[in-house]
Design a protein around this ligand. Structure first.
Ligand SMILES: [Zn+2]
Length: 350
């Protein structure tokens, strides 16, 4: 794929193509936005366009960029093509396969899921030399907010004296966790969730077997994040969270594993529905409409205040999960909170 194939992030893509057309490539970019929204995909394809053997700056493309807000309304025949990768040359292929000698990918690793100072130093070293094959040396730093303190400080040095012909792309769903000094040295590009009707159309386009109702559910559960919506187990994950919620209320839960972050994300969707139903009594406003009966049964006796309180408490726990919390203690604590807030409910055996 190429930049032109990225769906729903036209604004971000236009800015990047504008940089190439004007030959003004920032030293550091920060791609900010929710997980699963296309930040990394855009980063990889931007790097491909930068280093592609066939990317030619179209004559007049600079002027076209000035008119960009208007180009979408121009007929195809006179819409000029914007700089993009060919997606076929050796440079594009190597970048796609992640074995281009000038393109580096960094992501959190190890038990602590952190980006370490060793990884940053290695990058620094690699960026010091001129590109071997491409026009630019590029580094894509995924979950950049996971740099530990030492790594962040080392990275700051690189940002302050960027090596020539290099570009650093930081990707983050939690940009507020980055050092302000890092943030201020990057040009920020925001990525936004897709509207529900667009999501719905895209999901159905990609998977013809999916009904409109099913696509709506996936669109809503994913919060407008296409990458996330196309995950196969999104509904399974939601159902698992509901079962866990019922088990916790009924005190029948067994010691079990599973991804806590996923569980907390899915629980938020259920609590959102519970609160909406409690406040309005309207089932047409629910995300999990297909399991309305079970949910309303579970709601009997719960107070809106308790549901909202629980949602806030679980949200805070989820936020703090980026620091290494003890999994077992956290699970027990969640269990306790759920019983405390929704404990008067007896869901019965379903
Ligand atoms: Zn190419």
């Amino acid at each position: 794929m190429a930049l032109k194939d990225i769906i729903g992030q036209e604004r971000a893509v236009n800015i990047l193509q504008g940089c190439i057309a004007k030959e003004r490539i920032p030293h550091a970019l920060l791609f900010a936005g929710d997980e699963g929204i296309g930040k990394k995909l855009t980063a990889v394809n931007f790097v491909k366009a930068l280093n592609c053997n066939k990317t030619v700056k179209k004559p007049g493309s600079e002027e076209v960029m000035e008119l960009l807000p208007l180009t979408s309304s121009l007929p195809d025949s006179i819409t000029p093509s914007l700089p993009d990768s060919c997606d076929a040359c050796s440079s594009c292929t190597k970048t796609e396969k992640r074995n281009h000698p000038d393109v580096f990918f960094i992501e959190p690793e190890g038990d602590g899921e952190q980006i370490t100072v060793a990884a940053i130093r290695e990058l620094e070293e690699a960026l010091r030399y001129k590109p071997f094959e491409g026009n630019y040396k590029a580094a894509v730093i995924d979950q950049a907010d996971r740099m530990n303190a030492a790594a962040a400080n080392a990275f700051l040095d690189t940002l302050e004296a960027p090596p020539p012909q290099s570009i650093l792309i930081l990707i983050s769903a939690r940009p507020e966790m980055l050092l302000p000094t890092i943030r201020s040295r990057c040009q920020r590009i925001n990525f936004n969730p897709l509207p529900l009707h667009v999501m719905c159309a895209l999901i159905q386009e990609r998977s013809h077997k999916v009904s409109r109702e099913h696509a709506m559910l996936l669109g809503e559960l994913s919060g407008g994040r296409l990458g996330y919506a196309m995950q196969e187990d999104l509904i399974e994950q939601r159902d698992h969270a509901f079962t866990t919620l019922k088990d916790m209320i009924n005190r029948t839960d067994e010691e079990e594993g599973g991804d806590m972050k996923e569980l907390l994300d899915s629980l938020q969707v259920w609590l959102r529905d519970m609160a909406v139903f409690k406040a309005t009594g309207r089932s047409d406003l629910l995300i999990n409409r297909d399991r309305e009966d079970e949910m309303t049964a579970l709601l009997r006796g719960a107070a809106l205040e308790g549901i909202l309180k629980l949602a806030r408490e679980l949200y805070n726990i989820r936020k703090n999960m980026y620091f290494s919390l003890n999994e077992k203690l956290t699970r027990n604590y969640i269990n306790l909170l759920i019983r405390k807030r929704l404990g008067r409910i007896h869901a019965g055996k379903q």
